[in-house]
Design a protein around this ligand. Structure first.
Ligand SMILES: [Zn+2]
Length: 275
């Protein structure tokens, strides 16, 4: 079924299991992602960057995810990842997304709170769920003076905004796949004690598997994986397309690449569900 992430989070908290969130890179992977989760009996959040959403089209993407999800017994949500513009959030909600993220993490705390409140109002009006971010999730290389989330700020932020889930900075990085990060589980523990909503792990690819399990136990109920999925698809594609003849079926070739991504997805589902 097609839902927001709210019922998934309620159940995840009860079951003490995480909910995996996978980044859609192209339409071709959407049915495979949902069916892989269905095969595992796991809820799943399919999410896109604003640029991918604009490339595909907000409504086209939402229509396809809904069509794929509706007959399934598992809950499936479509989530807009890291929107820093309220216009993009409005476009996603109008198109039929069931969940959005407003990312004001680079703004001063007050401004982040004010904008997030507007985004929450938009999401509520559309019966969608909403995630926000406080503290910074890095990109690319590891930075020295890391802007970790302050647990007291997190408490204030959640109380002021009423968001459904909160992404926090504990040392993870987007796009990191060649090494694993030393994350601050002590800070996560403090944030977990300060707020009672689900927390979100960004940059999941760069986190050691045993740390991912600890993150779930410390309240991270939405766990995002993007880069590793992309890497598995492209690595398979390099081999498959190098060996292919030009008149080989493009569909067959892409299915071989999708199969590599499906293996990664299945592994990540096991990782966050069996903690
Ligand atoms: Zn992220």
């Amino acid at each position: 079924m097609y839902t927001t992430m709210i019922p998934m989070m309620v159940q995840a908290k009860k079951d003490k299991k995480g909910v995996p969130a996978f980044n859609i890179h192209a339409l071709e992977v959407v049915p495979m992602m949902a069916r892989t989760a269905e095969g595992k009996g796991s809820p799943v959040i399919l999410q896109v960057s604003v640029s991918t959403a604009k490339y595909i089209g907000f409504q086209l993407l939402a229509d396809i995810v809904r069509e794929v999800a509706e007959p399934m017994e598992i809950p499936v949500a479509l989530h807009l990842d890291h929107a820093s513009s309220l216009d993009d959030i409005e476009a996603a909600l109008a198109g039929g997304f069931s969940s959005v993220m407003y990312d004001g993490s680079r703004l001063p705390l007050d401004e982040n709170i004010q904008n997030t409140k507007r985004a929450v109002a938009l999401a509520r009006a559309a019966n969608a769920s909403i995630e926000a971010e406080l503290g910074i999730v890095g990109r690319g290389k590891i930075i020295e003076a890391y802007p970790y989330t302050d647990p007291a700020d997190a408490k204030e932020f959640v109380a002021e905004t009423g968001v459904d889930a909160l992404a926090v900075g504990i040392g993870t990085h987007h796009g990191q796949y060649k090494a694993k990060t030393e994350i601050r589980l002590d800070i996560l523990d403090q944030i977990h004690q300060a707020v009672d909503i689900p927390l979100v792990l960004h940059g999941g690819t760069g986190v050691k598997e045993e740390d991912v399990k600890t993150c779930v136990r410390l309240g991270m109920l939405k766990l995002n994986f993007g880069t590793e999925l992309n890497v598995s698809w492209v690595n398979r594609a390099k081999r498959v397309f190098a060996e292919a003849e030009p008149d080989d079926s493009l569909r067959e070739l892409m299915l071989l690449c999708n199969a590599a991504m499906a293996e990664t997805i299945a592994r990540k589902i096991d990782l966050v569900r069996d903690v």
